[in-house]
Design a protein around this ligand. Structure first.
Ligand code: PMP
Length: 425
């Protein structure tokens, strides 16, 4: 019979090493927040396929919606023959994205593609080509998005320079000594040293950084960023690929930020495990590109549209935003209890149920504990818990457990994290 080890040997021979793998495990099947591997071992899933499974694995309503669609049609290409689920999803996203103005939505397949298109649209709408992105940002693995992503190794190392016209500002991060003033000053410095504001099409920001370490943008920073954009005619793009679909306690994180973006990218949990992504924005901005300039063969695939529509229904029917608050509360309390016993945990932070802990050697904020972080990820897996790390310094443990996870499963996961700290520190 198949083992993780034998499959791993085949994988190594058949798949390029550039496609990393955090856990040496091959999944066989899954349900809600549990995954069973090919050897029959069950794991608690605190990774959610990297923020894709806010509604859990195989949510019955989502599977039913996809099955129904499967017997109608799986593909026409929306630009050849349109279908209603695409339009209906766009209508619902337009209503959900914050902003008291007319909106339109473009559907694509991946988060990277959504960001690529947001930049194309911003360029067309402003007639400008420059983009400002932040330190620690993650926006994807295509060429433009690698330029925007604020971490060279491992994402673009060895691949040469990425597209130009991208300028890097500092993301505010109190624990690493970057204040809101520092961050705003870094943008003013770009205007002084690198490019005039009239050459900048957009500033792109994650309201809570995902891969960068679950850093939350302060509200007053967002207000100043919005004001700067308005002053110079620059568009504000909120990349909600990881924060979206209810992770932070509101359907989009920008609902809590006090200002609205001109363009919003979304993906991941919006599709409940099926590939869909998109850009939503002010109608006149979204219409800046002429017919034929947007789209893609599979963009807004009917099966994924059906899944996303079901995700929106599940959020209403199961009151998942309320559930998010309960999950957030439980995780925060549990992680803070572990923190009181272990000085290595410098901070428990996040927004809603997008929660992480940052690890430092001896609690010294100048010494990120990357080795301990990876040891905890490995030890937790041995104990049956799938965790993910993140952060510029590889020293942040993040929780992206489905919001549909049972309380008992959350408790078991937290208990395992506690045990790992007890054993490894
Ligand atoms: N933006 C953000 C904020 C993300 O977290 C990610 C994925 N981690 C992406 C964009 C890229 O999405 P994808 O992997 O679907 O291309």
């Amino acid at each position: 019979s198949k083992t993780n080890e034998s499959l791993m040997q085949r994988r190594v021979a058949a798949v390029p090493r550039g496609v990393g793998q955090i856990h040496p495990i091959f999944a066989d099947h899954a349900k809600n927040s549990s995954v069973v591997d090919v050897e029959g071992r069950e794991f608690i899933d605190f990774a959610g396929g990297i923020a894709v499974l806010n509604t859990g694995h195989l949510h019955p309503k989502i599977i039913k919606a996809v099955e129904d669609q499967l017997h109608k049609l799986t593909h026409t290409c929306f630009q050849v023959l349109a279908y209603e689920p695409y339009v209906e999803l766009c209508e619902k996203i337009n209503a959900r994205v914050p902003g008291d103005f007319a909106k339109k939505t473009l559907l694509v397949t991946t988060g990277s593609e959504a960001v690529e298109n947001a930049v194309k649209i911003a360029r067309a709408a402003t007639g400008r080509a420059g983009v400002i992105a932040f330190t620690g940002a993650y926006h994807g693995r295509t060429m433009m998005t690698l330029g925007l992503t604020g971490k060279v190794a491992p994402y673009s190392a060895g691949m040469g320079l990425m597209p130009g016209g991208i300028f890097r500002a500092l993301y505010p991060c109190a624990i690493h000594g970057v204040s809101v003033d520092d961050s705003i000053a870094s943008i003013e410095r770009i205007f002084k040293n690198d490019a005039e504001p009239r050459d900048i099409a957009a500033i792109i920001i994650e309201p809570v950084q995902g891969e960068g370490g679950f850093n939350v943008a302060p509200k007053d920073f967002m207000a100043r960023l919005r004001a700067l954009c308005d002053e110079h005619g620059i568009l504000l793009i909120a990349d909600e690929v990881q924060t979206g679909a209810g992770r932070t306690g509101t359907f989009f994180a920008m609902e809590q930020m006090g200002v609205v973006a001109d363009l919003t990218t979304f993906a991941k949990s919006v599709g409940g495990g099926f590939p869909i992504a998109g850009v939503c924005g002010k109608a006149e901005i979204m219409d800046a590109i002429a017919p034929g300039g947007l789209g893609g063969t599979y963009a807004g695939n009917p099966l994924s549209c059906a899944a996303a529509l079901a995700v929106l229904e599940v959020f209403e029917e199961e009151k998942l935003l309320d559930r998010c608050k309960a999950v957030a509360e439980r995780l925060t309390t549990g992680l803070k209890a572990i923190q009181t016993k272990h000085k290595e945990i410098g901070e428990v932070r996040g927004l809603g149920a997008m929660i992480a802990i940052e690890l430092f050697e001896d609690g010294d904020h100048a010494r990120p504990a990357a080795a301990l972080t990876s040891q905890i990820v490995a030890r937790a897996r041995d104990k049956g818990l799938i965790l993910l790390s993140c952060g510029t310094y590889y020293n942040v443990l993040r929780v992206l457990v489905p919001l549909t996870a049972e309380d008992e499963l959350l408790e078991r996961g937290l208990a395992i994290i506690g045990e790992c700290f007890d054993e490894l520190t």
